[in-house]
Each structure stands twice: as structure tokens, then as C-alpha cells.
Design a protein around this ligand. Structure first.
Ligand SMILES: N[C@@H](CCC[C@H](N)C(=O)O)C(=O)O
Length: 278
């Protein structure tokens, strides 16, 4: 069967177009296919599917490299949007994609028939503990000193459709993300596990972020994580609501707009198409 390999700022995915490829148990295959040595290698497996509701255009399902199903993925949805637009599966520049986190609306920026960047309406951030979810008896978790993993951290927890824990640090390049990230990801305070972002504020318009992703580990970028980080910055009055986020894989532009929606803009890149025996 056929697959497409793409990435958003180095956060890489195997995409399968279910308009033409068979319906099989992809969740079972995700771990093997995503394996860096024994498989195709990727941070996640993304399914391009017909929508469930007729007012929408597509449905996206995403599995992390450990085989768990994610609710939403910012970098994957830009890859998805570029693919379906350039393959002429939709003739609109703005369209509606169903995800487990609700309907997301990407808008492709096209130059000479090619998608050069994608802006995505990522919806509203959610702060209520049961919506994240986080086990804390409080209204919201912004700059709260909490015991997680191996010690006390000042954390900011919120949902961008998927759970995030944002921690501000002084020097993100030298921060032990690989050591602290997995401990916080799996701390019982987060019953569905969590994506962990470590953020250094450079100035009021720029931040630097590294991420430990739930179900995928260290990745070069995380779109929902960049959105969560900017929301956490604004809540702590560290930046304005329009921020450039520098990630190991490149930059994302994030805007937390007056309508309370978070807009993410960034690139999507083809790597290759391939075939695999099932
Ligand atoms: N890389 C992503 C998020 C992918 C899902 C995440 N690991 C989860 O389980 O919530 C992004 O770009 O947003």
C-alpha cells in the first residue's frame, strides 16, 4: 500500500490516504511503522479520511509513535492540509477537518499552485482541570507550584484539544528535557499523560521552546505545544499575544486572537512517497 512521508518543522509523519488505501487496523501498525530503526520512522501516523458530517471536508486521525491515539496535532494538520489541497482533493483554500479535539480550520497560503504555509484556527484554549485533564482542586493551573515527577515545578496546564504542561526555564538549550519530560508526562497528576513544553522567553514577541511529547518523546517541534506555550506566556504577562516560537526544527507564528481562538502559521514539507507491504 501507499504512504506519504511529510514533516512540519521536523515533526515527521507517515500519512495514509484512506480515500484510496484500505481500511485496516492502523493503530496496531503505528508503533512498528514509526520505529526509527525497524520501520519507516516517524513521530506519528496520520490518516486522511472522509468526514463523518457532511458540513465538513475531511477527518484526521493521528496515532503517536507509541501507538496511542492523539486528539490533535498542529504540525500534522498543516501537512494534511498541504497534501489534500495540492492533490486537488478540495478546491477551497480554507476547509474543515474533523479531529478528536473538534473541527479545525486550516487556510492554505498558495503561491504558483504550491502551498507555502498553512494557517490553522486551533480553537480556544481550555483551562478547567477536568478539561485538560489534571487532578488538582483549583479553577485553573497557571503558575502553580506543584509536586510532579521528581520535585516541585511552577507549572501552567491547559488543553489545546490535547493536554499540555508548560514550564518556564532560564536556558532551554541546556535544560534536561529528556530527563524531566518523561517523568512529568507520566505523573499520575495527569491521568491522560501530558505533553511537556519547556519555554525560555527571549523578549515580549519571541520565545524558544523544546518539547517532550506524550507518546512520541523528544520531537523537533509541536504545533499544539507552541500554541499552549504562547497562551501560558500571555496568562503570565510575559509576552504579547502574537509571538514567534523558535523550535529546534524552525519557527512557528502563533496568535491568540481577540475571538479567543489561537491561530498557528507555519510550513509543511514533503519528504517522499513510498509503498509498504502489509
Ligand atoms: N506533534 C503534535 C502533537 C501530537 C500529539 C501529542 N503527542 C499528544 O499525544 O497529544 C503537534 O504538532 O501538535
Amino acid at each position: 500500500m501507499n504512504f506519504i512521508k511529510m514533516h512540519g518543522l521536523g515533526n515527521d509523519f507517515i500519512l495514509v490516504n484512506l480515500f484510496t488505501e484500505p481500511e485496516i487496523d492502523y493503530q496496531n501498525l503505528a508503533k512498528d511503522w514509526c520505529h526509527r530503526q525497524l520501520g519507516i520512522g516517524a513521530d506519528g501516523l496520520v490518516l486522511i479520511q472522509p468526514p463523518e458530517k457532511k458540513e465538513n471536508h475531511f477527518k484526521m486521525t493521528i496515532y503517536n509513535s507509541d501507538g496511542s491515539e492523539a486528539d490533535m496535532c498542529g504540525n500534522a494538520i498543516r501537512c494534511f492540509a498541504k497534501y489534500v489541497y495540492e492533490k486537488k482533493m478540495v478546491d477551497l483554500e480554507e476547509f474543515r477537518i474533523e479531529t478528536r479535539a473538534g473541527v479545525m480550520v486550516p487556510k492554505v497560503n498558495v503561491v504558483e499552485g504550491k502551498v507555502v504555509s498553512v494557517q490553522v484556527d486551533m480553537g480556544k484554549p481550555r483551562f478547567k482541570p477536568d478539561e485538560i485533564p489534571i487532578n488538582l482542586p483549583t479553577q485553573e493551573v497557571i503558575d502553580k507550584k506543584v509536586r510532579v515527577g521528581d520535585g516541585y515545578y511552577r507549572i501552567n496546564a491547559l488543553s489545546m484539544g490535547n493536554p499540555h504542561c508548560v514550564i518556564f526555564v532560564d536556558d532551554v538549550d541546556h535544560y534536561p528535557v529528556e530527563k524531566v519530560g518523561p517523568i512529568i508526562e507520566c505523573d499520575p497528576i495527569f491521568p491522560a499523560r501530558v505533553n511537556v513544553e519547556f519555554v525560555e522567553v527571549l523578549n515580549r514577541k519571541e520565545i524558544k521552546m523544546r518539547v517532550w511529547e506524550r507518546g512520541a518523546g523528544l520531537t523537533l517541534a509541536c504545533g499544539t505545544g507552541a500554541c499552549a506555550s504562547v497562551v501560558a506566556c500571555v496568562k503570565n504577562d510575559l509576552t504579547v499575544p502574537e509571538v514567534t516560537v523558535h523550535l529546534p526544527g524552525g519557527d512557528l507564528f502563533i496568535k491568540w486572537a481577540k475571538d479567543d481562538h489561537v491561530y498557528m502559521t507555519g510550513p509543511a514539507t514533503y519528504v517522499y512517497t513510498g509503498q509498504i507491504n502489509i
